[in-house]
Design a protein around this ligand. Structure first.
Ligand SMILES: C[S@@+](CC[C@H](N)C(=O)[O-])C[C@H]1O[C@@H](n2cnc3c(N)ncnc32)[C@H](O)[C@@H]1O
Length: 252
């Protein structure tokens, strides 16, 4: 993309380490508008903020050596999930003693490593570089089998390469990330899930059942994704905990 525009967007600390692909796609949504470049940059930043930084406390952008639970409380998604991790992972891992997790759009969910079954290998893919750094620091310091990869989920071929490198059985997490993908490219979640399916033994997808803002649109989106999964996959479990609905499924 135009390096000058990229530079202007990255001036904001919260976007300073955001993958170029996501910035490029967000800006492209406004490129055809009859508006000044400044205005388009402003619109792209607003969209990026909704997708990438609204959920995180600014405290996470300047890494500190804190306990996992402190960090898990600094992100809206993991904060709400914190009381339920044991139950959620028990259900996701049902009938598996060991598996490789690939957590797509992970945020800081890698800090829930200790709730996973012992010896799980954990790989996350996350576009916000500071969050990857934070997780990698934690994995290294505690000698955990974890890695956080700085990559956009729109770089599908690279995502597939990373997944293929992980030992089977593989469980793919997509927690509260579908809305973000759809905001940039309509129907991309379907495309991504379908193309990753041959490499996944199981998927665990979640979405919020209540939102701070627009309730109606959340309801519509929920029906849409559930129908797609029901049609193409075998659902192994479907439950709601802490304002989040989880669907666990595999290829038919
Ligand atoms: C609502 S948060 C959920 C975080 C985490 N999955 C959880 O539930 O705890 C959405 C996350 O997806 C990431 N994300 C959104 N679009 C992405 C993309 N195209 N590539 C990689 N990560 C993305 C955001 O940076 C953010 O961390």
């Amino acid at each position: 993309m135009n390096q000058n525009i990229l530079k202007k967007i990255r001036e904001k600390r919260e976007f300073s380490q955001l993958s170029e692909k996501d910035i490029e796609m967000a800006y492209a949504k406004f490129q055809q508008r009859q508006a000044s470049e400044e205005e388009k940059i402003k619109l792209a930043k607003e969209l990026l903020r909704k997708i990438f930084s609204v959920f995180i406390s600014k405290k996470l952008l300047s890494p500190k050596d804190k306990e996992p639970e402190w960090i898990l409380r600094k992100h809206i998604s993991t904060k709400e999930r914190l009381p339920y991790y044991q139950e959620i992972y028990k259900r996701i891992f049902k009938n598996y003693k060991k598996a490789s997790v690939i957590d797509l759009g992970a945020g800081i969910n890698g800090f829930s490593y200790n709730f996973l079954p012992k010896n799980t290998s954990y790989t996350s893919i996350e576009s916000v570089g500071q969050l990857d750094e934070l997780m990698n620091f934690y994995f290294k310091k505690n000698k955990l089998t974890g890695q956080a990869v700085h990559l956009s989920l729109f770089e599908k071929e690279k995502v597939i390469e990373i997944i293929k490198k992980q030992k089977e059985p593989r469980i793919i997490f997509l927690f509260k990330v579908i809305d973000a993908l759809e905001a940039i490219k309509k129907d991309y979640s379907k495309e991504l899930i379908s193309e990753l399916a041959p490499y996944a033994d199981r998927f665990a997808v979640s979405f919020p059942t209540k939102s701070l803002g627009n309730r109606q649109s959340f309801k519509a989106k929920r029906n849409w994704i559930v129908e797609f999964i029901e049609e193409k996959f075998e659902i192994l479990d479907d439950f709601e905990l802490g304002g989040e609905r989880y669907l666990i499924f595999r290829i038919k």
